[in-house]
Design a binder for this molecule. Structure first.
Ligand code: HEC
Ligand code: HEC
Ligand code: HEC
Ligand code: HEC
Ligand code: HEC
Ligand code: HEC
Ligand code: HEC
Ligand code: HEC
Ligand code: HEC
Ligand code: HEC
Length: 259
């Protein structure tokens, strides 16, 4: 027998057996051999991707009957919540797949869980425990938190020592001067218009604002001497008219900190 004849024969056989059998599937229109083989009624092979609901993750390994009542395959809804209880009690967006996969309910990608929010987990925030921000979390509800930096970082602001933010009148909009990555270095380019420290010769030469501003809280006073010692400077300037070893004088001859 050639193979196409064989298929016709098998098809006939199954359908004949089928007619002989009680059809348990109500008014299912598909031919019996779409799913059944000659090995027995309980071995079922069906390409589910023909339907509007693809079986992926854990779903692939389930018996048909865990989801279907075989009397009526159509009597089913593909919405996740028709089979799974909404752990979040309606608090989050209804599209479970925005955060979960069919593999497991664990979150593999924290960034994904935040994708619908205006607050992306970047820089230092990316590797924190969820609980360090959602510490009063009621299981599964994830109440939205305030996204203003100072709501979580007011303490950091008040405790700053170099520079003392409160005495400089720095505002609470941390994002004007800081990224998520670290507090230092800050983006404070305004300084460079009075005396370049983020560019020019002094870029990278200092660690703390207090390297020049020796008097805490008073940024109008500054000193050049911590790094440019007297004997060294005196010899550098031995032929310079009007030179004195005094910081205000240094600034007036070197307003940009360069030659
Ligand atoms: C879409 C796939 C599909 C099609 C098409 C299909 N079946 Fe089934 N059938 C199943 C599944 C699934 C079961 C349940 C298997 C199990 O419980 O292990 C089943 C079970 C059966 C059983 C066993 C019932 C029992 O109580 O154990 C019979 C008999 C049967 N089918 C007959 C038919 C006949 C006759 C046709 C064609 C008219 C048909 N099936 C078409 C999927 C299908
Ligand atoms: C995880 C649950 C799940 C499992 C397991 C599952 N199905 Fe489905 N199936 C569905 C859902 C949901 C739909 C409906 C898709 C839609 O139309 O929205 C569906 C649709 C179908 C349809 C189309 C019904 C129609 O009228 O369009 C058939 C036939 C079917 N499944 C057969 C099977 C068979 C046979 C198996 C086992 C091999 C199986 N399913 C396993 C969830 C499942
Ligand atoms: C037609 C019913 C049905 C639908 C619709 C359905 N599931 Fe399932 N799902 C099941 C069944 C049954 C299981 C296996 C039993 C269980 O773990 O709850 C399962 C298992 C799972 C698991 C594995 C759970 C674990 O702990 O291993 C995940 C994750 C999952 N489903 C996610 C989803 C998502 C996401 C959707 C929506 C896209 C969805 N399911 C839609 C029936 C369904
Ligand atoms: C905005 C993201 C988001 C959406 C949307 C979402 N979830 Fe979750 N879900 C989470 C997070 C975060 C967790 C906690 C995971 C963890 O602790 O690892 C979680 C946990 C779960 C758990 C596991 C609970 C346990 O036992 O630990 C289930 C079940 C669950 N979600 C179901 C759903 C269902 C069903 C939907 C759709 C109605 C849904 N989720 C939508 C973010 C989401
Ligand atoms: C650095 C602080 C921070 C960390 C760490 C953090 N979150 Fe959030 N999360 C927020 C803020 C702020 C919001 C509110 C964003 C908004 O309203 O746009 C939020 C909102 C959410 C929401 C609600 C989304 C919605 O659609 O309503 C979920 C779910 C969530 N976070 C899950 C997580 C998970 C899971 C983790 C750990 C992987 C995590 N978060 C870590 C600050 C954080
Ligand atoms: C919902 C609370 C929350 C919000 C809103 C938030 N953060 Fe954070 N942030 C944290 C937590 C918790 C940490 C880790 C603990 C710590 O270092 O204070 C952190 C850490 C940081 C760090 C790292 C600090 C270090 O020492 O390494 C920086 C920088 C930072 N945040 C900047 C910002 C900026 C800028 C904003 C506003 C755009 C912001 N954060 C908004 C909670 C928040
Ligand atoms: C006008 C700019 C500006 C604003 C606004 C600002 N900062 Fe800063 N911040 C700085 C500068 C400049 C530094 C010093 C950077 C360096 O040393 O590289 C700094 C350093 C810090 C440091 C480390 C220094 C220390 O003494 O601990 C922390 C913490 C800090 N800022 C927190 C905050 C927080 C929290 C906010 C918002 C509530 C904020 N800053 C707003 C400019 C600013
Ligand atoms: C390498 C030396 C140096 C470092 C480091 C430095 N400054 Fe300055 N800063 C100066 C000099 C010089 C002036 C004076 C410019 C003038 O008066 O024309 C000044 C002026 C200022 C002023 C203006 C004061 C006023 O009342 O006119 C502020 C505010 C200030 N600095 C803040 C900071 C902060 C914050 C840091 C740390 C991020 C810092 N400075 C680091 C040298 C420095
Ligand atoms: C935190 C240490 C530090 C402080 C404070 C400091 N400088 Fe410097 N300065 C350096 C370093 C490092 C260099 C580069 C190496 C060198 O030439 O000595 C430099 C270079 C210079 C140069 C030479 C630039 C060139 O072209 O070679 C001048 C001029 C100068 N500084 C002026 C000043 C003045 C004016 C002040 C005070 C307002 C000051 N510096 C405060 C560390 C400092
Ligand atoms: C009256 C103006 C004047 C004063 C005041 C002055 N300088 Fe200078 N400085 C100069 C001149 C001009 C040169 C260039 C000398 C040369 O290239 O031969 C110079 C050279 C330097 C250099 C060396 C640059 C090099 O090429 O290595 C440094 C560093 C420096 N000054 C720092 C300072 C500091 C710090 C002070 C305050 C203690 C100061 N200067 C005070 C005019 C002045």
């Amino acid at each position: 027998m050639n193979s196409s004849l064989k298929i016709v024969w098998l098809t006939l056989l199954i359908n004949v057996v089928a007619i002989a059998q009680e059809n348990p599937h109500g008014n299912l229109q598909l031919p019996c051999n779409t799913c059944h083989t000659t090995t027995g009624w309980d071995s079922v092979l069906f390409d589910h991707s023909q339907t509007r609901f693809e079986l992926s993750g854990t779903h692939k390994y389930l018996e048909c009957a865990t989801c279907h009542v075989v009397e009526n395959f159509s009597d089913i809804d593909g919405d996740c919540v028709s089979c799974h209880t909404d752990f979040h009690k309606g608090r989050l967006i209804p599209e479970c797949k925005n955060c979960h996969t069919e593999q497991s309910w664990s979150i593999f990608n924290p960034v994904k869980a935040h994708r619908n929010t205006s607050f992306q987990l970047l820089g230092k925030h990316a590797n924190l425990d969820c609980g360090s921000c959602h510490f009063s979390e009621i299981e599964g509800e994830f109440l939205r938190l305030d996204t203003d930096c100072f709501k979580c970082h007011l303490q950091n602001f008040q405790n700053t020592t170099s520079p003392v933010h409160t005495s400089l009148g720095f505002g609470l909009r941390c994002e004007d001067c800081h990224s998520f990555v670290s507090w230092r270095p800050a983006l404070f380019n305004e300084h460079d218009s009075v005396f370049p420290i983020f560019s020019g010769e002094h870029r990278g030469t200092w660690d703390e604002c207090s390297d020049c501003h020796l008097v805490p809280d008073s940024y109008s006073s500054f000193s050049c001497s911590p790094c440019h010692g007297k004997s060294n400077m005196d010899s550098e300037h031995d032929d310079i008219q009007g030179y004195v070893y005094e910081s205000q004088a240094c600034l007036s001859c070197h307003p940009n900190g360069g030659e």
